[in-house]
Design a protein. Structure first.
Length: 139
């Protein structure tokens, strides 16, 4: 089964990479997504997919990696029953965070939804961009 790559955004004062780490092996629901495009992306995620964890608003940087451990299910925080959540678990913090500013400077990353659709909270990342960003986190 082919793994897919994603980027999940969270405001660190709401849900941070450290809180995700504390959730342990059982993971935590990625819920509260109310944008239809982002929700459709959640529905596409498969168990085993990996996601960059991005701190939005405060920091604006990729800080870690999480893994999808439970595919989409009804979001318990949604009274309308229209939206879904997935469960993700912490995999690792990046050695060096990768800022939005650094990503924008990298020509090969110019087509990322992170740049083109800045308000989208759940977005796919192609494998080539995943590798580039991973390499940027090791410098």
């Amino acid at each position: 089964m082919k793994k897919s790559y994603w980027l999940l955004k969270s405001e660190p004062n709401v849900w941070s990479i450290d809180q995700q780490k504390k959730a342990g092996a059982k993971g935590a629901p990625w819920d509260g997504v109310r944008n239809y495009q982002a929700a459709n992306n959640l529905k596409t995620m498969k168990k085993g997919d990996v996601c960059f964890f991005y701190h939005s608003n405060i920091g604006k940087e990729i800080v870690g990696i999480v893994e999808v451990i439970k595919e989409h299910y009804p979001d318990k925080t949604d009274k309308s029953s229209r939206f879904v959540a997935v469960t993700v678990k912490f995999k690792k913090k990046l050695s060096k965070t990768v800022t939005l500013e650094d990503i924008k400077k990298h020509k090969e990353l110019g087509d990322l939804a992170l740049i083109k659709q800045g308000r989208l909270s759940v977005m796919p990342i192609d494998y080539k961009s995943w590798k580039i960003i991973n390499n940027m986190s090791r410098i």
